[in-house]
Design a protein around this ligand. Structure first.
Ligand code: DI6
Ligand code: FE
Length: 403
């Protein structure tokens, strides 16, 4: 018997390939894995005869999806912000907490004080929760260091996660996340003296896959973000942006003009921004965990995004302040209930479209040539993934062909 091959049969394959069928579903499907990649996929009766001598794993009619992808997280950080949660419940807004020196800056203090080992151990607890729900790829941002050493330490921790666990990690440099207290009212000096040099240093150590920023009244202006993006362009790095989360500053159109992989949050996005995204091919990453936690009422312009055919991804935004959420399944449910996504859009948003938001060409769908990153679910229909709340139906996760 040939053991280099693995054949999963009697499965309902939610391929997420645009075949016309919802979810790209193949009923009574079989999937062949060879060399860690999908070698063949189709209806069981059509399986080529040269596979007939191989042992088959009967999945008993279970649903198989691509491994899930969380394309926007801040899982590496020190401390927590439970006290801030209490303050907000007592009436303070997220911006008021930030302006009073809490918010992102309080996590910066805790992150600077934490060792690489402590940051790794804490991040792994969150990554493990995601992996337990079938995640096979995750994006991780820096941005709680805001000094060169801590930004680099966060990114090293992110890279180490891919060695400690069977998961693909994509890193984003987010030095332009907040203005540190020592540079209060001098954001350009912070960019010149800290952020841009740290970006170069991290890039030269091979620690970055993309460059992100936070374009907002409490963070950086479009002109300042432009300076960060110009440096990214010089270094040949892709960009993405936290944009239009609390107000509309036009960050999305700026990101689109740099061919951004994605623009993220987008509650205050207008039609001009949506058309700029459509023209650049950028993905809209919506983050219902932050919307929920901040008790936002302004919804991202979902219908405009659909009308302009902007692909929509969904992610946890797992972070200690605005989205202390380490469940991508709950995020899918929130995407449907809060943002009125369909369960099919939600599943595409954490697979095919999330892969695109990270520039991962060989993941996110079930088709020949793609990595064999799969999730097998003990459910009868893929809509159940979004429908249930606080319920994890993962039967097993396959990463690069192995469990
Ligand atoms: N927007 C967010 O939602 C996170 N960062 C950002 O730019 C929040 C980060 C935090 O509150 O710690
Ligand atoms: Fe974020």
């Amino acid at each position: 018997m040939d053991v280099s091959k693995r054949i999963l049969t009697n499965a309902r394959l939610a391929t997420l390939v645009d075949t016309g069928a919802p979810y790209g579903l193949i009923e009574d499907g079989t999937l062949v894995i060879e060399g860690g990649r999908i070698a063949w996929i189709g209806k069981t009766p059509d399986l080529p005869s040269h596979y007939s001598s191989c042992k088959k794993e009967d999945l008993g009619g279970r649903v198989v999806t691509p491994g899930l992808i969380d394309c926007h997280t801040h899982v590496v950080f020190g401390g927590d912000r439970a006290r801030e949660f209490e303050m907000r419940l007592e009436g303070a807004t997220y911006e008021e907490v930030a302006r009073a020196g809490g918010g992102i800056i309080s996590t910066v203090k805790a992150t600077r004080a934490a060792s690489e080992e402590d940051l790794l151990a804490a991040a792994l607890t969150r990554v493990d929760a995601l992996i337990a729900e079938g995640i096979t790829a995750i994006e991780i941002k820096s941005g709680y260091g805001l000094d060169r050493d801590t930004e680099l330490r966060m990114l090293r921790v992110a890279r180490r996660i891919a060695k400690e666990r069977p998961v693909t990690v994509r890193t984003s440099f987010l030095g332009a996340h907040a203005i540190p207290p020592d540079y209060k009212d001098r954001p350009d000096a912070y960019l010149d003296e800290v952020c841009l040099p740290a970006l170069e240093a991290a890039h030269s150590e091979g620690l970055i896959d993309a460059v992100d920023g936070f374009c907002e009244g409490i963070a950086f202006s479009p002109e300042q973000i432009r300076r960060v993006f110009d440096k990214a362009r010089d270094l040949g790095l892709a960009v993405k942006l936290h944009a239009e989360q609390l107000s509309n500053l036009g960050g999305t159109a700026l990101a689109a003009s740099y061919g951004a992989l994605s623009a993220d949050h987008l509650e205050y996005l207008d039609e001009a921004g949506v058309s700029a995204m459509a023209a650049s091919g950028s993905v809209a990453v919506v983050l219902p965990g932050a919307f929920y936690t901040l008790r936002e009422t302004q919804l991202p312009p979902m219908d405009l995004l659909r009308q302009h055919k902007v692909p929509i991804a969904l992610a946890t935004d797992c972070n200690p302040g605005s989205s202390p959420l380490a469940s991508l399944l709950l995020t899918m449910n929130m995407g449907c209930t809060l943002f009125r996504m369909t369960p099919e859009e939600a599943l595409a948003g954490v697979t095919r479209v999330a892969a695109r938001a990270l520039g991962l060409d060989d993941q996110g769908t079930l088709e020949p040539g793609k990595r064999a990153d799969l999730a097998v679910w003990n459910i009868a229909h893929p809509a159940e993934l979004s429908y249930r709340i606080g319920f994890n139906a993962l039967e097993k996760r396959i990463f690069g062909g192995s469990e």
